[in-house]
Design a binder for this molecule. Structure first.
Ligand code: AP5
Length: 205
């Protein structure tokens, strides 16, 4: 299965990707996580991305496309993958199409998580509070100010992908306002409906 999770910051892409990965035995490819690791390791990409990410901007397309095209080549991605946070612009989506075409691979679906803005803010604030309570370092972009900028980037540069994938008949929209468990169930239901995954076996009697 090859899947894209699309949605604004805090919509649950990372949460749902982890749940789907453990159920379907495929890998999660999160450009946000990869970039945060690069920033922590102070690699050339990390140094380039650091300030952009801290200010809620988008890292240049060619950088993230390069990261993803290398990552897709790795053996663990052969069985399938969930793209979490990529593509985020139309040029990134076009680059992904080219990449998959070259490898004769098919994208199964793009799952869009819809969540309203006030819930996004609450979730991101809660995540920051919980991280702080654990004594861990809070993401520099998890502040109301930077979230506002991340949301503006999403509306301007990422939302056009809804139309892009809808035109290509790949888009499946899920209500991301439900509980985490319900959202997972709904994603699995729609993925089995299109034949991308096996329906879950009913519990044994
Ligand atoms: P990235 O790491 O991708 O961040 P994001 O898209 O802003 O998403 P988040 O991680 O904040 O949220 P999420 O949707 O994964 O939600 P989560 O599951 O964590 O990107 C960070 C930065 O990297 C970007 O701003 C950019 O600078 C750069 N970047 C990354 N990819 C790029 C690209 N392709 N091109 C250019 N630049 C790129 O959930 C959030 C919280 O809500 C959690 O606490 C969770 O427990 C909770 N939650 C989840 N679901 C529910 C639910 N249903 N009900 C209640 N709470 C829930």
């Amino acid at each position: 299965m090859r899947l894209i999770l699309l949605g604004p910051p805090g919509s649950g892409k990372g949460t749902q990707a982890q749940r789907l990965v453990s159920r379907h035995g495929i890998v999660q490819l999160s450009t946000g996580e990869m970039l945060r690791s690069a920033v922590a390791a102070e690699t050339p990409i990390g140094l380039q991305a650091k300030d952009i990410m801290a200010n809620g901007g988008l890292v240049p397309d060619e950088v993230v496309v390069g990261i993803i095209s290398d990552r897709i080549e790795q053996p663990d991605a052969k069985k399938g993958f969930i793209l979490d946070g990529f593509p985020r612009t139309v040029p990134q989506a076009e680059a992904l199409d080219e990449l998959l075409k070259k490898k004769h691979l098919r994208l199964d679906a793009v799952v869009e998580l819809r969540v309203n803005e006030s819930a996004l803010l609450e979730r991101v604030e809660k995540r920051a509070e919980e991280t702080r309570a654990r004594g861990e370092e809070v993401r520099v972009d998890d502040t109301p100010e930077v979230l506002t900028k991340r949301l503006a980037q999403y509306r301007t540069l990422t939302e056009p992908l809804i139309h892009y994938y809808s035109e290509r008949r790949k888009l499946l929209t899920v209500d991301g306002m439900m509980t985490i468990e319900h959202v997972t169930r709904e994603i699995n239901r729609i993925l089995s409906a299109i034949g991308a995954v096996e329906p879950k076996a009913p519990p044994a009697r």
